[in-house]
Design a protein around this ligand. Sequence first.
Ligand code: SF4
Length: 273
Amino acid sequence: MNRKPVHVAMFSGGAASAYVTYQMVQTHGKENSILFFTNTLWEDDDNYRFMYEVADYIGIEITERVDGRTPEEVFEDTRFLGNSRLAKCSSELKVRQTVIFIEDLRDQGLEPILYFGIGAHEKQRAENLKDFYGHQSLESVETRFPMFEGNIKDVDAKRVIIEEWGIKLPRMYDLGFSHANCGGRCVRGGFKHYADLYRIWPHKFQEQEEMEERMRETLGDVSILKSKDTGKAYTLREYRMYLEIINKGIDEVASASLIPEEDDMVPCVCVYS
Ligand code: SF4
């Protein structure tokens, strides 16, 4: 069956996917474009502000799909605490909603082409996403990466958004987070990310620590962070205590031995900006 192409920007609420959306709409027109967002209900409020300002500027509505559960509720339902190696919140709240949306479009006689805000230096992530979405739905889905293919850097996209569009970037960039997914609470963030979270938003670190404690009461020795060497649980409580030692300036060399080797996994398909 010949379906009509429809261009779908996978909007994460970050700068790169905003820039890609603009380019996509300029090239293919609003009538052939969709600004698609899967809401995990954990996003930072300022990400929503940014998203709506971008949508207004481009002149296209946001098409939102929401499962209705938070990542924590997915962990409870699946009896599996998402961690730096595997996160069912991503597959349930984002990928599943995207695949349902793809099939809905096909039922309407449309063939989606997915656009991602993958930067000029992220060849491996582009290949992973291409492969991933090639196998998720009933038929393979075409994926495009305009920034990677056009060698456009993140910093250039951000400059255009700030200076030419007059839109302030999500506050999480300025605060020093390396990515802005799930309001800093991403369970795939790894040690560096959680050190940033503790430093910038200790109350959110505490929320994650409390969630982990609740999950440990029912599931046993589970944790969000994992030792790279042993794969064993390394709790946020342990990590907070380690960070408190560092912050007090107590013998940093000795305290370094308390922490397992960095497990520096980058977040999965949730991060495309
Ligand atoms: S950004 Fe992280 S916490 Fe949020 S849905 Fe994706 S993997 Fe889960």
